[in-house]
Design a protein. Structure first.
Length: 369
C-alpha cells in the first residue's frame, strides 16, 4: 500500500467520540446504548448463508441491512449488534457464532488503528496503541495489557471488555484480538497459554480449543488472553515508519483528548448516513444513548442547534458532489437529503451566492486552466 493510499484510508475511517460530562445523569454509562461502526457486521450475511440461513434477508428485520455493507461509515447501536449476534446463534443453532464472525472479519474494521498496529515496532507497541485507541471502533470497547490473573510473572494478560458484555459479543471481540495478535506475530502461533472468558461455555469445548489453540476457562471475572511476557518485545516485520506516523498523528490529533465537542460527534454521525437515511435528532440521541432533550441541552451549551449541524454537513456534501462529480443535480439533491432539485438550488444560493450550475462551472473552468 502506498503512503498516499494509506493516508486516504486513515481519513476514510475517521471517527470522533464524545465522553459525556459527568453532570449528565440521564443514563448511567452501563445503560447507555453506545454507537459502533456498522462495518462490525461485515460478512454476517455471508456467514448466515453458509450456516443455512437467509443471508441477504437476515438483517432486514433489524433495520440495518442497507448500512451493514463492507464500506459502510454509518453508526448503529452496539446493543443492536449484540442482539443480532445472539439471535443468529440461537436461530441457526450455531453457538460458536461469535467466534465464526471473528474468524472471517477483516482486520481493517479497526480503521486507522489497524494501520498503526500493523506498522508498529513491536507487538507490545501495537497493543499499547490498541489500549489507547480501541474506542475508535466503539467507545463501548476497552483493551489493556494486565498482570497475569494467575500471578505468573512470565505471563501477561491481554484483556478485552465491552460495556454490554453479551456472550456472543465477548467471543467475537476476544476472537478478533486473538486474530490480530496472530497476524502481528508473523501470521502464526504466538504462545497463547490459556483463555479466560466471563460466561458459561456456549459451544463444545473443542470448538474453543480449535479456534484459540489453547485451553479455555469459562465463568471467569474478565475476558483475558494469557500470553508470554516476551511477546511484548517481539518485533513486527514489514512495518513502515511513515505509515505509522501518519496513523498515530491522525489518531492523536483527533482522539487524544476526552472533551471532544458533542457537535463533532453529531456531525460524524450525520456524515455517515446521507440521503433519505440521514438520522433525525431523535435517532441521533438514541445512538448516543441519551434523551433527546439532553442532546438539545448539550448542543445549546455549545451555542449550536441540531438543524445548524444538518445544514453544515449538507452544505459540505453538496459542494463536494457538485464540484467533484458529474451527477445530475436531482440526484445530488437526494443524496444530501433534499426532496427536490429546486430545494438544492435555493440552498446553494443561500450558501454560496450562486446557482449549482455556476458552482460546477467554476470547477470546469479551473480544470481547463
Amino acid at each position: 500500500m502506498g503512503v498516499t493510499a494509506a493516508t486516504d484510508l486513515v481519513v476514510c475511517f475517521a471517527l470522533t467520540w464524545l465522553l459525556l460530562p459527568s453532570s449528565d445523569k440521564d443514563l448511567s454509562l452501563r445503560d447507555r446504548d453506545l454507537p459502533v461502526r456498522a462495518s462490525i457486521l461485515r460478512g454476517l450475511p455471508a456467514l448466515v448463508s453458509e450456516l443455512g440461513g437467509q443471508g441477504d434477508a437476515f438483517l432486514a428485520p433489524y433495520g440495518v441491512g442497507a448500512i451493514a455493507s463492507a464500506h459502510s461509515d454509518a453508526f448503529i447501536s452496539l446493543r443492536l449488534v449484540d442482539r443480532i449476534l445472539e439471535d443468529a446463534a440461537r436461530s441457526l443453532d450455531a453457538f460458536d457464532f461469535g467466534l465464526r464472525m471473528a474468524a472471517q472479519q477483516d482486520l481493517h474494521i479497526l480503521g486507522p488503528l489497524a494501520i498503526a498496529m500493523e506498522n508498529s515496532h513491536t507487538i507490545g507497541d501495537a497493543l499499547e496503541y490498541a489500549n489507547r485507541f480501541l474506542f475508535v471502533l466503539s467507545p463501548a470497547f476497552s483493551h489493556a495489557v494486565i498482570a497475569d490473573p494467575q500471578g505468573n510473572p512470565g505471563i501477561v494478560g491481554i484483556r478485552f471488555a465491552s460495556s454490554t458484555s453479551p456472550a456472543q459479543g465477548i467471543d467475537y471481540g476476544v476472537g478478533i484480538v486473538h486474530r490480530v495478535v496472530r497476524l502481528l506475530h508473523a501470521r502464526g502461533p504466538y504462545g497463547l497459554r490459556s483463555v479466560q472468558l466471563p460466561h458459561p461455555r456456549l459451544a463444545p469445548e473443542q470448538v474453543y480449543r480449535e479456534y484459540f489453540g489453547a485451553n479455555v476457562v469459562f465463568d471467569c471475572p474478565e475476558a483475558v488472553l494469557r500470553v508470554p511476557r516476551q511477546i511484548l518485545t517481539t518485533p513486527i516485520s514489514g512495518g513502515n515508519e511513515i505509515l505509522l506516523q501518519i496513523a498515530i498523528n491522525f489518531l492523536e490529533s483527533r482522539f487524544s483528548h476526552q472533551d471532544v465537542p458533542l457537535s463533532e460527534l453529531v456531525s460524524a454521525i450525520l456524515e455517515g448516513q446521507s440521503g433519505p437515511d440521514r438520522p433525525d435528532m431523535a435517532k441521533v440521541a438514541r445512538l448516543l444513548g441519551i434523551h433527546q432533550r439532553s442532546l438539545q441541552r448539550l448542543l445549546a451549551a455549545e451555542s449550536i442547534r441540531f438543524s445548524d449541524l444538518v445544514d453544515r454537513v449538507r452544505r459540505q456534501q453538496a459542494a463536494d458532489l457538485i464540484r467533484s462529480t458529474d451527477l445530475p443535480l436531482s440526484q445530488i439533491a437526494l443524496r444530501v437529503g433534499l426532496r427536490e432539485q429546486s430545494s438544492l438550488t435555493r440552498a446553494v444560493r443561500r450558501w454560496y451566492g450562486v446557482s449549482p450550475s455556476v458552482l460546477r462551472s467554476e470547477r470546469l473552468n479551473a480544470e481547463r486552466d
